[in-house]
Structures are given as structure tokens and as C-alpha cells.
Write a protein of this length. Structure first.
Length: 454
């Protein structure tokens, strides 16, 4: 989710000059295959349009504020006692409904951004908007207007939590669901995945070739379809002549016979983030599980496709895209989100290029101190980060035209017991012009190595 606290109804929609919407290169690590933009949705879409990417994006994923009337805080867990230490930083505000104009203010923010993002879609592109009960119905009205009702493809319901605790005893059905509203261009086609469904042994039959199968009534299959399936050996006829469809079985990892069933619009098999590995949980509020984004990207994009996420939050979309061999362009207005997504992508070995929108308000810088160790050689420099003692990430590199190019970097490793970022590096002197430190509060501090030495 994006931090949009500075977007008031008028501010969020006023025309901006090209100057104001320009993006400035800021940070480069590796090949920069994935773009991370610190700025608003409209800054991102304007820049991509100028880059000639309008009509070329395969997937737009949007996880905006939900009109929840809450402020959200990121929690970074540090090494320490058994219960750990936590650094809390404001991540973003979602207080639209408590402002003058109420829900209308929220819609005034969201509508132009969805329209701008929809304009990036290619002929087969789809836009997925992830919300809950508060605003999902409103987004369908917006996208009906922007793309047309015929562009609607799916409304997918994801069960994000079990019905437990206070919500289970609240006097109503538990609000345990999120909604993914999906619209597409005329040539858009989704490829739903399959999942393995265990079959009771008593329901398993074997055909003449010794293949295990289960069967189901023909349902709405036409006679022509039945004839085609018959040629494939997938029709089972009972002694009374009734027609059933065969579904051949496969074994899962435990050796249990299963039927491969196509996933429908009710997703109950993607566990919530609380069940993900500790190394995946960044502490950023409303973070989505990587498995969810991997499913969306796999079914909606071709290999090598282009994915855009304009409310990037912790960077799950970019991480999933990288793992699946897609290119990602993601943005967020929160400096905490940018710092979190950058560190996360680098932990995955991804190349990252960071750009900033003009006028972006960054978190304040912190003091940085490094020291040169005895025994340095003419060609190499041993650098130790003294302050801050527990950064989210830090790097050593060069600076040219206000762009930092990373030559060496280290990030905190997440997990049940967080491991602090390595604080000592041996780097070539020629590549050690600048040290850059990223804090949990989104702060970015850049110092020439010479002036930061003590």
C-alpha cells in the first residue's frame, strides 16, 4: 500500500507540469532490472508514458489504501532478547473517511490513479485491484467507467484469515476475506493454475490401461465435447448408459492420489502472511504473502512480461516478479516502503534502480560515521560502519550526476532471529567514494567516505 497522506482531494487531482512529474535517478545496484520509484502514482504513470510504455504493460496490480480510517506503523525486529527488540516507524495514513468530504475524498484520490494505470495496459493486459469490504464495490464502478463493463473478468475472493477471536464472536459473519477485482483489455486471457485435491481411496477407479481415475457427471458438456473427450479416453459409461467424465489422478509429494483441479474464483489455499516463513515477514503493515502475488503474476503475464505496482508497500510484487523472471516497475510515496522494498529485493539478488519524483519528501537523514582500519593497502580500503549501529541496509559506491552506484552492500537478514547487516567491508579504493545508509524509518543518508571517516 502507498502512503498518500499528503494527497488531499484538490492536491491529488490538480494538473502537474512535466517538470513536477519528472523522475530523477537516485540509486543503482546491479543491472537495475527492476525500477523502484519514490513518488505518487501519477508521477509513475506519467514517466512510463514518456518512456513509451503506454500500452505495453502486461499486469497492473493495485493494493491501495482501503479507506480503513487508520494510521499504519512498520515494525522492524532487531536482534536481541528472546522476545526481540522492535523499531516502529510511521508507514502511511489511511484516514480518508475522517477528512472533510469523507468517502468522496477517497474516491477523488483513487479514480484518477486507476484511470492513469489502466492507460498503461497492453492489448492482453489486466489490472487487479486488491481491497476489502470497505471499497471493493466502489472500485468496480470506477473501472466500469474507465474500461467498460465488458472489460470485467473476475471478482476473486481470497480468504486472508481464519474466523477466530473477536471477529468470530462479533454478532456477524467474520470479515475474513479480501477481494481482487480484475479487468482486462479485449485480448486479455488468464491462465488459472491447478491444485491437487486428495481423493478417497474408495472413489478411485482404474481403466483398462491401469490408470487411476475419478469421475463426475457430464454436467453441461455438449455432445460434440463428449465425442472429443471419448477419443481421448476420458469418458466413462455405466452399465445403464449414463455418461461420466474421467479425471485421471496423480500422486502428490506424500504419495496420495490426487485430482488436478483448476482453481476458481474462491482462493482458500493461499495462507495468510502469518503462516509464511519468518524470513518473508518484513514488519511492513498490510504486507501480502508472496505466494499470492506469484499466483497472480503467473496466471496474468507471459515469461519476461512487465508488471507494474503503484502502491508497492514492502515490495512483494517486485520480489515475486523477480523470482518468476518478469520485470517490475513499482512505486510508493512512503520512504519506509522504499527502504523496505529495496532491502528486500537486494536480499533476493535483484538489480534495483531507484528514481525519485520531484518534490518527494524524504525521511530526514541520520549521522553516519565510518572508519578506515589499519592495514589498508594502496588499492583496497577496509571500512567499518560505526553509526548507526543497526541500519536496515548500507552500501559503498560511487556518485556521478547525483546518482549513487552501488559497488558493495549489506542488508539485515530477516527470520525468527534477525541478523544485523554486516558492518565491515573491504572494497577497492577507486569504488569507495561514498557511503549510503538506509534506516528503518526510511531515512537515506549519503556521505563522502573521506568526510565520514574518523
Amino acid at each position: 500500500m502507498d502512503a498518500t497522506e499528503d494527497d488531499r482531494a484538490v492536491e491529488g487531482n490538480r494538473p502537474r507540469s512535466e517538470n513536477e512529474r519528472g523522475l530523477r535517478p537516485f540509486d543503482l545496484t546491479g543491472d537495475g532490472a527492476h525500477r523502484l520509484v519514490h513518488g505518487d502514482v501519477l508521477d509513475l504513470t506519467s514517466s512510463l508514458a514518456c518512456d513509451g510504455l503506454s500500452g505495453k504493460v502486461d499486469l497492473v496490480y493495485v493494493d491501495p489504501p482501503y479507506a480503513s480510517d487508520r494510521d499504519y506503523v512498520a515494525e522492524s525486529r532487531l536482534d536481541g532478547p528472546a522476545d526481540g527488540r522492535i523499531v516502529r516507524s510511521p508507514a502511511y495514513e489511511d484516514t480518508w473517511t475522517s477528512r472533510p468530504g469523507g468517502l468522496g475524498t477517497y474516491l477523488d484520490m483513487l479514480a484518477p490513479r486507476l484511470e492513469a494505470l489502466a492507460g498503461l495496459l497492453g492489448p492482453r493486459g489486466t489490472i487487479w485491484v486488491h481491497l476489502d469490504w470497505r471499497a471493493a464495490y466502489l472500485v468496480r464502478s470506477i473501472l466500469d467507467e474507465v474500461l467498460g463493463r465488458d472489460a470485467f473478468l473476475n471478482e476473486i475472493v481470497w480468504r486472508r484469515a481464519p474466523n477466530l477471536g473477536r471477529q468470530a464472536t462479533s454478532g456477524q459473519f467474520g470479515r475474513t476475506l479480501d477481494t481482487l477485482v480484475v479487468y482486462g483489455k479485449p485480448d486479455a486471457t488468464l491462465t488459472p493454475p491447478t491444485r491437487l485435491e486428495p481423493i478417497e481411496e474408495s472413489s478411485i477407479r482404474w481403466d483398462e490401461q491401469g490408470r487411476p481415475f475419478t469421475s463426475a457427471p457430464r454436467g453441461d458438456y455438449t455432445d460434440a465435447s463428449i465425442a472429443k473427450l471419448d477419443l481421448e479416453g476420458r469418458v466413462h459409461r455405466t452399465a445403464s448408459g449414463r455418461v461420466y467424465i474421467k479425471y485421471f489422478l496423480v500422486k502428490d509429494g506424500d504419495g496420495v492420489w490426487c485430482r488436478e483441479r483448476r482453481v476458481d474464483a474462491l482462493w482458500t489455499d493461499v495462507p495468510p502472511l502469518r503462516h509464511a516463513a519468518a524470513s518473508e515477514r518484513t514488519g511492513y503493515p498490510t504486507q501480502k504473502p508472496r505466494a499470492l502475488l506469484e499466483r497472480i503474476i503467473t496466471c496474468a503475464t507471459p515469461p519476461g512480461g512487465l508488471v507494474v505496482d503503484a502502491f508497492a508497500g514492502s515490495g512483494t510484487t517486485a520480489v515475486a516478479a523477480h523470482a518468476l523472471g518478469r520485470r517490475a516497475v513499482v512505486s510508493d510515496r512512503s520512504p519506509v516502503a522504499i527502504a523496505t522494498a529495496r532491502a528486500r529485493l537486494l536480499r533476493e539478488g535483484a538489480g534495483v534502480r531507484i528514481e525519485r519524483a520531484a518534490g518527494t519528501v524524504a525521511a530526514p537523514e541520520t549521522n553516519v560515521t565510518v572508519r578506515s582500519e589499519p592495514g589498508d593497502t594502496r588499492d583496497a580500503l577496509r571500512v567499518t560502519l560505526v553509526e548507526p549501529s543497526e541500519p536496515m541496509a548500507w552500501a559503498i559506491g560511487t556518485m556521478k550526476d547525483d546518482v549513487f552506484t552501488c559497488g558493495w552492500h549489506a542488508e539485515r537478514t530477516l527470520g525468527a532471529k534477525a541478523v544485523a547487516a554486516q558492518r565491515e567491508a573491504v572494497v577497492p579504493r577507486a569504488g569507495a567514494e561514498v557511503v549510503r545508509v538506509w534506516g528503518d524509518d526510511g531515512s537515506v543518508t549519503t556521505r563522502p567516505v573521506a568526510s565520514a571517516l574518523r
